[in-house]
Ligand binder design. Structure first.
Ligand code: THU
Length: 160
């Protein structure tokens, strides 16, 4: 038996240390969560997706009384972006969350289903998507989605 350690590299930033384009994307995610429909969880999430043509699509979580019918902010934004520009790769995604009257102190981290959907966008265009996770105390920047979903099931797993 041997053990393999799977590591994820996370760069931790303060807001001022981000580049101008990263700051803008975070601001768009923060703004967008104001339009979230989250009456059941009270947990509002915003996501902003930047495409290679510099167009930004933002989305937020959309809940439903039949809980599983709702959708997370990341998937709302990403599906929207991919639906509008199916030929343009995604460059970056920023995510922010707000609950109990405040933004989260520690960065919000995407759920497993969103990571899988983000991975599809990354492999679809064979190009890294930078992931920016906002918290008021610190911001995580992760170079690509693969880092967030090691040992993943992806296109190549199907051998197609
Ligand atoms: N949620 C997101 O939109 N994105 C995440 O990364 C985590 C969770 C939503 C789903 C649900 O509407 C609420 O937050 C509570 O789970």
């Amino acid at each position: 038996m041997w053990q393999r350690i799977v590591e994820t590299k996370v760069s931790v930033y303060s807001f001022n240390e981000l580049s101008e384009s990263q700051q803008l994307l975070v601001e768009k995610a923060k703004m967008q969560l104001e339009n979230a429909y989250a009456p059941y969880s009270g947990f509002q999430v915003g996501a902003a997706v930047e495409l290679a043509n510099s167009v930004v699509f933002a989305g937020n979580n959309q809940e439903n009384s039949a809980y599983p019918s709702g959708l997370c902010a990341e998937r709302v934004a990403l599906f929207y972006a991919n639906a509008q520009y199916p030929q343009i790769r995604v460059k970056a995604i920023a995510i922010a969350a707000f609950t109990n009257g405040a933004f989260l102190k520690s960065p919000v981290t995407p759920c497993g289903s969103c990571r899988q959907v983000m991975l599809e966008s990354e492999t679809r265009f064979d190009s890294d998507i930078e992931v920016i996770l906002y918290g008021t105390d610190e911001i995580f920047v992760i170079q690509n989605v693969k880092q967030l979903l090691p040992l993943c099931f992806e296109k190549s797993s199907l051998n197609k």
